[in-house]
Design a protein around this ligand. Structure first.
Ligand code: HAX
Length: 434
């Protein structure tokens, strides 16, 4: 057994026993109550699942295994040319321990070893119409890899439920290893006349991804590491994480579960917001004759967007009530590397103008920017301008978090998920009963 797999087993299997005891001895403890409004409004704030890898605080933002983004930026191993290696955050989410440089290197090597994508996945992608959205291609490619599932094969043969985590570990490692190659293939197929770039095994995972996309400058390598690290996980209730967990709870394998999760990420209120932000900023600029907009222009355009019954992409959040620390991390990167960039200046102006207008509506619970408000500007600066592709980048990173959680689910013996649902007639009857 490889050392990472052994380490995971040492961490996860005792917790599975602890949880069994916890449920047996304290299963009737009441954790909270919920309201009719919460049932109608997307179950916000209702505790409905356990996710070991990260926890979101409405005021402070995400903590990965207890560490905030600023703490991790100081503590996780870095790549040459700067920024934390996504391999390091994977190790942290998987084991709960901070990785050493060697640990991160070991993950890097393991992912490079496992990164071969079966040919039929590329053939399938090549058969799709060129105009197929990159997220559709991405989700289909993940699904096409299901042929490789160790978990599905082991289940078919007959496997003791205590061993589910073992083939799941293999699937999770293999799937994550292959995603950059698949994503790069989609990008080069869609935007670069199908001229593909071979991986460079000497590079770390993020830098190699940038390389296969066609970007070999250190700035883009650093940005890609930052991007892939901060988008990784956002506790369990967001659409992509929850979907992956839910589908996996039926013992669907990692490929089925991740593909489903990616379909959720492709929604404009979730991950697709990163492409929508750029589209919205370009429309705004066009509206004002492609000149640099003033703060007054921006305010007017925000009001226009709201009056049209549309959302301002990149602002608001279902849980957060402050500026997203993932936004701040990207803003700091921009201040260091592209302070004079024109689009960055527009993004900064939006930060000054949008929250006050959203607050004034009186109904938006969080007027502050989220992660998606900033990512596009950084990518455009380094030449990755095809914004319909941005959610695929998000997906490559998010796969790390949701698949690690899926592995923990199988190790902890998580059951099939099956919440109750009611009709509005049932709800009205409860109201009448008081
Ligand atoms: N612009 C305009 N209206 C907004 C808004 C925004 N940015 N954010 C919230 N609202 C509106 C809601 O649409 C809702 O309106 P109605 O009552 O008319 O239905 C009202 O304000 C209350 O919403 P809320 O409780 O504050 O927010 P929700 O939890 O319902 O929704 C969303 C959270 C993130 C979906 C929402 O803020 C939004 O649509 N933002 C814009 C899209 C976006 O940036 N999404 C990415 C979020 C982060 C993420 O998942 N990244 O992947």
């Amino acid at each position: 057994m490889d050392t990472l797999k052994e380490k995971f087993a040492q961490k996860a299997l005792p917790l599975a026993d602890e949880i069994k005891t916890l449920i047996k001895e304290h299963g009737n403890i009441v954790l909270g109550t919920y309201t009719l409004e919460q049932v109608y409004h997307g179950m916000k704030g209702m505790i409905g699942m356990v996710t070991e890898t990260s926890k979101l605080d409405p005021e402070e933002g995400i903590r990965f295994r207890g560490y905030s983004i600023p703490e991790l930026r100081a503590k996780l191993p870095r790549g040459t040319g700067g920024e934390n290696l996504p391999e390091g955050i994977f190790y942290l989410l998987l084991t709960g321990d901070l990785p050493t440089e060697d640990d991160a290197k070991e993950v890097s090597n393991a992912w490079a070893r496992r990164s071969h994508v079966p040919k039929h996945v590329f053939d399938m992608l090549d058969s799709l119409p060129m105009a197929t959205h990159p997220m559709t291609q991405f989700s289909l490619a993940i699904l096409a890899m299901q042929t490789e599932s160790n978990f599905a094969a082991a289940y078919r043969k007959g496997i003791n439920k205590k061993q589910y985590w073992e083939p799941m570990f293999e699937d999770v490692m293999n799937c994550i290893s292959r995603l950059p190659r698949i994503a790069a293939y989609i990008y080069r197929r869609t935007y670069k006349n199908g001229v593909h770039i071979e991986p460079n095994p000497k590079l770390d995972w993020g830098a190699n991804f940038a390389h296969m996309l066609g970007f070999d400058d250190e700035g883009m390598h650093a940005l890609m590491r930052l991007y892939l690290t901060i988008h990784v996980d956002h506790e369990g209730g967001n659409v992509s994480a929850h979907t992956t967990h839910l589908v996996g709870s039926a013992l669907s394998d990692a490929y089925y579960s991740l593909s489903a999760g990616m379909n959720g990420l492709a929604g404009p209120l979730h991950g697709l917001a990163n492409q929508e932000v750029v589209r919205w900023i370009y429309d705004l600029r066009k509206f004002y004759g492609d000149k640099m907009p003033t703060k007054e222009d921006i305010a007017e355009y925000v009001e226009k967007t709201l009056a049209e019954g549309r959302v301002v992409p990149g602002y608001g959040h279902a849980v957060l009530r402050k500026t997203d620390p993932r936004y701040i991390a990207q803003m700091e990167f921009a201040q260091t590397h592209l302070a004079d960039d024109e689009l960055f200046k527009i993004v900064q102006m939006l930060y000054e103008v949008v929250p006050e207008i959203l607050k004034s509506t009186g109904k938006i619970k969080n007027p502050w920017p989220n992660v998606d408000a900033h990512s596009g500007v950084l990518l455009i600066h380094y030449g990755l301008t095809e914004y319909d592709f941005y959610t695929v980048l998000f997906g490559v990173s998010r796969a790390i978090g949701v698949l690690t959680s899926l592995l923990w689910d199988r190790a902890l013996g998580s059951p099939i998920e099956r919440p109750g649902s009611v009709t509005s007639d049932w709800m009205k009857a409860q109201v009448e009963k008081g």
